[in-house]
Design a protein around this ligand. Structure first.
Ligand SMILES: [Zn+2]
Length: 94
């Protein structure tokens, strides 16, 4: 008598766990796919990205703001440079 109830419980437990596990496995997979798409568009950049070092020379990869002076780099957009400090915008000339 004591053997039957545990055996029945053991059979029920995996059967109940399987659908739940399958649902859990499916949900993270969807989230991971979405996360990849969102992460794809831009890499984080630090201040080091604004400078290029060639030997002993240092060059700046972006123009500095005319209003704020050196030390304030302007954001590089497809058609313009914009200062995040004062809002100054300079359009790229072609
Ligand atoms: Zn500025």
């Amino acid at each position: 008598m004591s053997k039957k109830p545990p055996a029945a419980k053991k059979e029920e437990a995996p059967a109940a766990a399987t659908p739940a596990a399958a649902a859990e496995a499916a949900a993270p997979a969807k989230k991971a796919e979405k996360g990849k798409k969102e992460k794809k568009h831009r890499q984080e950049k630090g201040v080091h990205a604004m400078y290029k070092v060639e030997g002993a020379k240092v060059s700046r990869a972006r123009p500095t703001c005319e209003r704020c002076g050196p030390g304030y780099f302007m954001g590089d957009h497809h058609d313009r440079y914009t200062c995040g400090h004062c809002g100054f915008t300079r359009y790229k000339q072609k």
